[in-house]
Design a protein around this ligand. Structure first.
Ligand code: NAD
Ligand code: TDX
Length: 358
């Protein structure tokens, strides 16, 4: 029987982690324990993502700890102090383009940080604990790139092709190796592209929405025909919660939207929604689409076969894509203060470095 009394969430101030903590504590999940959020607050981490949670549960069911998962003494101290029975490991450097321009942080966090967490769990859960679980949150990108047919299954061999996905793959292999070698109870999930509120506006959907709102160019890499499988962040996190409750140690679960879109078609849909909501002309926004040079090593297509989690854990997607996109555009329209706050000097520098030359 899983403990699920004290959950150590890493990277809980980011996009998916903050949504997960909200889901845990807002009553929908049925979780009754407490959450420790360990987050280094890199450029992508934002305590404002959990301001209401802090106000409602801070010091009682919610504890924020600022620090790096790579800081062994800190992580060890947190295991001592809070004695978590569950780790849900979201913390990562998560942006492919940044990994191309500066891979080091990706190795430090996604590989060495994951290793440090696993070492702490191994030490503190030694002797075998039926109630404990280390859940590694991963991505479909570790499987590589697909041609026009087929989808990744849990048996597809890993074939990462960017420093981001190579780092995630290394972390995943380490996590599974701790299960096989030390008997650490580990589960792993590989999810496709997430979207929804509070996603950092370096990623495709929020970047395009924000650029439209600011009247800027919409930079499409290459021919715009790369395909991603999109899933709403809430559908992803319900799946993670199910795995924590009922997933089998040593097992991997694919999570996907079964919702493949060429980038350019997705952008056209986003333009239509945003034009309608802002009263701006669709044609006028379309004219700002700008073809820029391609991402080096750009994976062509991702698609996830998520039959296993559907069959074995009874999960399914609940948020239809059009409705989810509408909700997401509405969220960015209503939360321009959130966006302005994170458009720091560092963010502006990134936009200059990534898009300046293309
Ligand atoms: P994000 O970049 O929005 O958030 C990452 C969080 O991790 C931030 O709060 C950041 O401060 C924190 N962090 C980074 N380095 C850290 C460190 N060394 N120590 C502690 N905290 C650190 O990322 P996201 O999109 O929310 O992704 C979360 C996880 O989900 C990642 O593991 C990612 O690989 C995985 N994932 C993401 C997607 C997606 O589409 N975004 C899809 C599948 C899987
Ligand atoms: O400006 C852009 N123009 C563009 O054409 C950006 C930022 C992206 N793109 C393309 C590249 C991809 O084909 O859009 C697609 C989506 O790009 P991202 O949002 O950067 O996502 P992706 O590279 O697919 O990776 C995402 O999904 C898997 C997340 O960032 C990862 O963290 C996750 O693991």
């Amino acid at each position: 029987m899983r403990g699920l009394a004290t959950i150590l969430v890493t990277g809980g101030a980011g996009f998916i982690g903050s949504n997960f903590i909200r889901y845990l504590l807002d009553g929908k999940s049925g979780f009754t324990g407490r959450v420790i959020n360990l987050d280094a607050l890199t450029y992508a981490g934002n305590p404002a993502n959990l301001a209401e949670i802090e106000a409602a549960y801070g010091g009682d069911r919610y504890f924020f700890e600022k620090g790096s998962i790579g800081d062994a003494a800190l992580v060890d101290g947190l295991f001592e102090r809070y004695r978590p029975d569950t780790v849900v490991h979201f913390a990562a450097e998560s942006h492919v383009d940044r990994s191309i321009l500066g891979p080091r942080a990706f190795i430090e966090t996604n590989v060495l940080g994951t290793f440090t967490l696993l070492e702490a769990a191994r030490k503190h859960w030694k002797g075998g604990r039926d109630d404990a679980l280390f859940h590694q949150v991963s991505t479909d990108e570790v499987y590589g790139s697909l041609g026009t047919d087929g989808a990744f299954t849990e048996e597809t061999p890993y074939n990462p092709r960017s420093p981001y996905s190579a780092g995630k793959a290394a972390g995943d292999h380490l996590a599974m190796s701790y299960h096989h070698t030390y008997g650490l109870p580990v589960t792993l999930s590989n999810c496709s592209n997430n979207y929804g509120p509070r996603q950092f506006p370096e990623k495709f959907i929020p970047l395009m929405i924000q650029n439209m709102l600011e009247g800027k160019d919409l930079p499409v890499y290459g021919d715009g025909k790369n395909i991603r499988d999109w899933i709403h962040v809430e559908d992803h996190n319900r799946a993670v919660w199910l795995v924590l409750n009922r997933g089998k140690a040593g097992e991997k679960y694919n999570i996907g939207g079964e919702n493949e879109w060429e980038n350019i078609r997705l952008l056209e849909t986003l333009i239509a929604i945003t034009a309608r909501k802002t009263g701006r002309g669709e044609r006028q926004i379309r004219e700002t689409i700008t073809r820029v040079s391609d991402r080096p090593g750009h994976d062509r297509r991702y698609a996830i076969d998520c039959g296993k989690i559907k069959r074995e854990l009874g999960w399914k997607q609940e948020i239809a894509f059009e409705a989810g996109l509408e909700q997401t555009v509405d969220w960015y329209l209503a939360n321009q203060d959130w966006v302005k706050n994170i458009q720091s000097g560092e963010y502006r520098r990134w936009i200059e470095v990534n898009y300046g030359g293309r």
